[in-house]
Design a protein. Structure first.
Ligand SMILES: [Zn+2]
Length: 280
């Protein structure tokens, strides 16, 4: 395990930059490995309330997000693994501006992000993005390129398959495991944009969060609140431009996070989500 721990350290320090140029697209894990890994890591999260306190406030908040937004996105025919993956949503009660996905469809969103957003379209864009990370299997793809094909093959084919889960659990420390590359981010934004076309939501909502961060001066901030987000989701400014290009190519209006009207759903967001969260 010493080698693995040393690797984690490098992983955490190098973060997303290390992976920019080595998206191989090779994935030695099977979809059922993704499900098992996600299940194990989800259990770790639930057993670690200090680091990941599950939201215990008004249960209607999670129910609303799940039924009205999450399941609505999952109804898109473009989400191909919904029969295989355990798609589920959880809220973590921390003042952190972030959301993340584990392999196999386990999606988490922080109350800090829910408090920061102000429309269903913005939240739907984020959830679509996280669903795309699970669908495209970015985490196990990254683990494949990180550990190398030969090491993983010996684990996959070897006598100790539980070691795969152990690697995943170790990588998960400090969320280093979730540091996404630029190309993974771009692909997930693009997929989210496509999923949104099948929903009631404005497809450009995926960028609303970044526009507000930009206007609030948070993109280059070193505050704890955004540090994890920026280390796991690089280049928010480029992502705004990429989404605007997608909107233009699709002949859709380029709206921003201040926009109201069709497909945005601000008052619904306020009354069913934001106003039901404890005030900070
Ligand atoms: Zn991402």
């Amino acid at each position: 395990m010493k080698l693995i721990r040393k690797s984690i350290l490098i992983f955490l320090i190098a973060g997303p930059f290390f992976f920019n140029s080595c998206d191989s697209g090779i994935n030695l894990f099977s979809k059922s490995d993704d499900v098992q890994l996600g299940k194990d890591l989800d259990a770790e999260i639930r057993n670690n309330p200090k680091e990941y306190p599950i939201f215990k406030g008004d249960p209607s908040v999670k129910r609303y997000i799940n039924e009205r937004i999450f399941q609505h996105i999952l109804a898109s025919s473009k989400i191909e693994s919904k029969g295989t993956y355990n798609y589920q949503l959880e809220i973590i009660d921390q003042d952190v501006l972030n959301a993340f996905a584990l392999p196999g469809g386990y999606i988490y969103v922080y109350t800090g992000l829910l408090n920061y957003l102000d429309s269903e379209a913005a939240l739907a864009g984020v959830l679509g993005h996280e669903i795309a990370h699970a669908e495209e299997r970015h985490a196990t793809e990254r683990m494949t390129s990180y550990y190398g094909v030969s090491i993983l093959l010996s684990l996959v084919l070897g006598e100790n398959p539980s070691q795969i889960a152990e690697i995943g659990a170790n990588l998960f420390v400090g969320l280093g495991f979730l540091a996404n590359s630029r190309s993974d981010e771009n692909q997930s934004d693009e997929r989210s944009f496509e999923y949104m076309k099948d929903t009631r939501y404005y497809p450009g909502g995926v960028k609303f969060f970044f526009e507000r961060m930009r206007d609030d001066g948070l993109v280059s901030s070193k505050s704890d609140k955004v540090a994890t987000f920026l280390s796991t989701h690089p280049d928010p400014i480029d992502r705004i431009a990429n989404t605007n290009n997608r909107l233009q190519s699709a002949g859709l209006p380029v709206k921003d996070y201040k926009s109201e009207g069709e497909g945005i759903y601000k008052s619904e967001y306020l009354s069913n989500i934001k106003n039901k969260l404890p005030k900070k």
